[in-house]
Ligand binder design. Structure first.
Ligand SMILES: C[S@@+](CC[C@H](N)C(=O)[O-])C[C@H]1O[C@@H](n2cnc3c(N)ncnc32)[C@H](O)[C@@H]1O
Length: 234
């Protein structure tokens, strides 16, 4: 491929060797608070993070009168995050990402339409892309019924694709059904694996401070990458 081509298949960014405290064991399901986890990671040390917030917003918007009951029971039993905690998690991710590193942020359609910019105000992160996940299974909704979720792609400054993003055939609408029902919010394994491959090299570290079923760890291992991450529930 010519040097002038905007599409690169190699990552030119250097990732420094990462030195971790003993209690942050890589490639394991750490049970801890995501904010504490991020605080103990060295600054400017990882090329990619995933965040899938457990926000109250969705439950408030989709209050069908059955919150905490029936099908919503498992969802409600998970620790909810308020906007302030989400902002702090994103600030922590901003600190640990290397320059031009990526954050893949899962989001629902209400935040997408009404705005979530305040979550990353004051950081060096900017929105650079959006992927729609077609879950292939029809869900709830007062008017239309949900089949999709959204993955916002943010990049730490300086914003650039060339020499950073290596895979150029990932569609921005992704069809994938969940393989298991391990966790009510489990995200698509193959999409996450493709995104990891696009912005990291073998052996790099991928992080997730609120990992749920640890689908990001499984995706990282599929690509021979390392993972460090935690969940309050372990
Ligand atoms: C939406 S789920 C993540 C699902 C995950 N992406 C997957 O594919 O399985 C959000 C998770 O955040 C966890 N959580 C909530 N507050 C947290 C915190 N302060 N620190 C770490 N994890 C937290 C919840 O226990 C829940 O498992």
């Amino acid at each position: 491929m010519s040097k002038n081509n905007v599409f690169s298949t190699e990552r030119e960014l250097q990732v420094p060797p990462i030195i971790l405290p003993d209690f942050l064991e890589p490639n394991s399901r750490l049970k801890m608070d995501g904010l504490k986890f991020l605080y103990h990671l060295p600054n400017e040390s990882v090329p990619v993070a995933f965040l899938d917030p457990q926000y109250r917003g969705v439950l408030d918007k989709m209050n069908y009168g059955n919150e905490g009951k029936s099908r919503e029971k498992r969802r409600n039993s998970l620790m909810q995050m308020n906007e302030e905690i989400i902002g702090q998690l994103i600030q922590g991710i901003n600190n640990v990402l290397i320059s031009s590193g990526h954050l893949f942020l899962w989001i629902d359609k209400f935040h997408l339409c009404q705005g979530f910019k305040n979550w990353f105000d004051g950081t060096q992160l900017e929105v650079v892309d959006l992927i729609v996940w077609d879950k292939g299974r029809i869900g709830m909704g007062y008017r239309t019924r949900r089949v999709s979720e959204y993955c916002v792609v943010l990049q730490k400054q300086p914003k650039r694709a060339k020499g950073v993003w290596k895979i150029h055939n990932i569609p921005d609408v992704w069809h994938e059904q969940k393989e298991t029902k391990d966790h009510p919010h489990q995200k698509p394994l193959n999409l996450q694996a493709e995104l990891i491959a696009a912005v990291t090299n073998e052996g790099d570290y991928v992080i997730d401070p609120a990992a749920g079923s640890f689908s990001v760890m499984t995706a990282a291992h599929l690509q021979n990458r390392n993972f460090i991450g935690c969940d309050l529930e372990g």
